[in-house]
Ligand binder design. Structure first.
Ligand code: GLY
Ligand code: MN
Ligand code: MN
Length: 466
């Protein structure tokens, strides 16, 4: 995470809101950042990612730190100061004074103080949000064992605190939106470069490297998730890891890649031809996905249920595939039987923020459905101003689903299987943008990147001629 500071005033507001929502009278809430994860066979660690809840409340991302709340004392931060020997191999730790200034937490102590502070809370309820590795590896935080402390972690209170914190993190404040705009801008720059840069003969890995390098040149220290780059049939694997396969003229390429800035993710997908233009067949499918996405964007506004946007997208896809002679029958009946999910097997999108799939996308009390056409819907809530979500419909020809004998039997009459069998190498099309819900509609944070077919083909032409 880069050290772009969130204003102390915002951090204080977030903590005050969390404390009010937690409504803890006698007890403490601990929000650990998480411990570094060693890479086996080395003396190095995996890239550290502070737990979203710790980072959101403190603005800090030091491994091994714990933010604590006690209704009587207020907020405290316990943070490691590393030895000279450790400093020889890694960066120096940030001085306590600087952490105090950046976070606005007045009481900042070395982590070695945590144990005695907890001992003084014997008998109080202890809730843990943030990284729960504190419970499995207390020694990493300077605590010999939970048993020795004679403190009971209250699971119910922990869950309550986590849930209300997730709810209050859904609507982004201005500092968060600024970071998310910067992340989306870096993603747009990377995708622009990728769409222009690609050539038939290039490999998925080569394209990945160019796109990610552009993210990094635009201020992103790392990607928000493993970039997905799939040419031809590989585009039908929803989370395909780029390989050494070469792109061929005539096929389409699906890129789903996002930059992260200041811990905030962006998540953007585009699908474009390896050569100069889409074939008529690819163009029909592309326009269907685009029209589906556009309707969802047009309908996104406060009060609208995200699940309704998803179901409308499913109906648009079912109708379009019926018109293209791939599905058969009444589109509403096709959606009711989940036939559309053979080609659109994921949800319309998800909440976005301090993770690619952020802040518990289901309203309290709602459970994800286990219906084939709904079970990957990761957001089920009414939209509100400040929410940032993705809108990412897609159509894929996925061998595993389309050659499964059970599904072929179940959907025997709903699918033109002869057409489908001729398209098993088609791959997939996903168009994904990051959407900020405003007071009366939605703003595309990644809207500077062309989505329409003409705009994509124009970028391809410019690229091939440059
Ligand atoms: N990039 C992962 C997703 O779209 O959810
Ligand atoms: Mn996504
Ligand atoms: Mn994505």
């Amino acid at each position: 995470m880069t050290a772009v500071p969130h204003p102390v005033s915002r951090l204080r507001e977030r903590r005050e809101r969390a404390a009010r929502a937690w409504n803890v009278h006698r007890g403490v809430v601990l929000a650990p950042a998480g411990l570094p994860v060693p890479i086996v066979g080395t003396d190095l660690f995996h890239d550290f990612h502070a737990h979203a809840e710790h980072y959101y409340l403190s603005g800090l991302a030091h491994p091994g730190a714990v933010l604590a709340f006690d209704p009587a004392e207020g907020w405290l931060l316990f943070t490691p100061q590393i030895s000279i020997e450790e400093q020889v191999w890694t960066n120096a730790s940030e001085p306590l004074e600087s952490q105090k200034e950046r976070s606005g937490v007045d009481r900042v102590y070395e982590i070695s103080e945590l144990r005695s502070w907890l001992e003084r809370h014997r008998g109080d309820a202890v809730a843990v949000v943030g990284n729960h590795d504190l419970l499995h590896n207390p020694a990493g935080y300077g605590i010999e064992s939970w048993d020795a402390l004679e403190l009971d972690v209250d699971e119910e209170l922990s869950e309550h605190c986590s849930n209300v914190l997730s709810e209050s993190r859904r609507a982004k404040d201005d500092a968060e939106i600024q970071a998310m705009r910067a992340a989306a801008d870096a993603s747009v720059a990377g995708h622009f470069l990728g769409i222009r840069h690609v050539r038939p003969g290039m490999t998925e890995r080569q394209l990945q490297i160019e796109i990610e390098a552009e993210f990094f040149r635009n201020g992103s220290p790392r990607t928000a998730y493993g970039s997905i780059v799939g040419g031809g049939p590989n585009g039908a694997v929803l989370h395909f890891a780029p390989s050494s396969r070469h792109f061929a003229d005539g096929e389409i390429i699906l890129v789903d890649a996002g930059a992260e800035i200041d811990g905030y993710a962006s998540d953007v997908s585009r699908t474009f031809p390896a050569g100069r233009s889409f074939t008529p067949h690819q163009a029909d499918m592309y326009d269907l996905v685009l029209a589906t996405q556009q309707r969802a964007i047009d309908n996104a506004r406060p009060g609208v249920e995200y699940k309704d946007l998803h179901l409308r997208a499913a109906l648009d896809i079912a109708t379009g595939l019926r018109d293209l002679g791939i599905l058969r029958g009444d589109p509403e009946a096709l959606v009711d039987s989940d036939a559309h999910a053979l080609f659109f097997p994921h949800g319309l999108g998800h909440m976005l923020g301090l993770a690619t799939h952020d802040a518990g996308g289901c309203l309290a009390g709602r459970e994800p459905s286990d219906r084939f056409g709904l079970k990957y819907l990761r957001a089920d809530l009414p939209l509100q101003p400040g929410y940032v979500l993705t809108i990412e419909p897609g159509i894929y020809f996925i061998r595993a689903l389309l050659t499964d004998p059970e599904r072929r039997e179940k959907y025997r009459d709903a699918v033109n299987w002869e057409r489908v069998d001729s398209m098993l190498d088609f791959g997939g099309i996903r168009i994904e943008d990051d959407v900020l819900i405003t007071e009366d509609g939605a703003e595309l944070l990644s809207g500077a990147l062309p989505r329409d077919r003409a705009g994509i083909e124009e970028l391809r032409r410019e690229g091939l001629e440059s």
